[in-house]
Design a protein around this ligand. Sequence first.
Ligand code: TZP
Ligand code: MG
Length: 216
Amino acid sequence: MARISSDKMRDYLKVYFIAGSPNSTNPLPQVLQQAIEGGVTLFQFREKGKDHLQGKDKEALGKGLKKICKDNNIPFIVNDDVDLAITLDADGVHVGQDDGNVAAIRERIGDRILGVSAHNYEEAVQALADGADYLGVGPVFPTDTKADAEDVCGPDFIAELREQGIHVPIVAIGGITESNADQVVSGKADGMSVISAITKAEDPTVAAKNLLRVWK
Ligand code: TZP
Ligand code: MG
């Protein structure tokens, strides 16, 4: 196996769905299946927040979600938990700035996809030097989903990173909805990642379709 190409990575970032059981009132496997029917291009299992699962329960949910991704040919990425990613043979890992040494994580996961959250130029450059395949940048809009989110940077912050010479795949995150997703596209991100725009949608399939349409 080799590291993923930037072009392939950009395709996978287009409508990047993130969720864990606390984000959804309906069972997550059902929501993921519906979101995939609408065209989500990648899934990140982020089991965080109130009453989140741990240990074997978390592993069992992750295993089921990974199978759904595999059956539908989309990558399955695990947030933070490198051990679980390896146990489940996930396609990749996403980590933030406080989730361990990125270069050491790259060593552990081999050629699997590695995403890193970055909030400024310096963090972006360091993440890439340490082996990130893509960057997560945000929150681009206000969000209620992550209590400890950094300050809102706005979708144009990604265009600023481009001007500073960061041309790697970037996915925008935070408060993205059907009504502001066009600003993510014009802000020069390669993709949009959403939690609540899909998990809290009346119909996750329709929600995913509407987000995908913004790229067309
Ligand atoms: N990181 C920055 S904002 C955020 C994360 C995980 C939450 C995104 O959730 P939503 O519901 O799409 O705003
Ligand atoms: Mg993290």
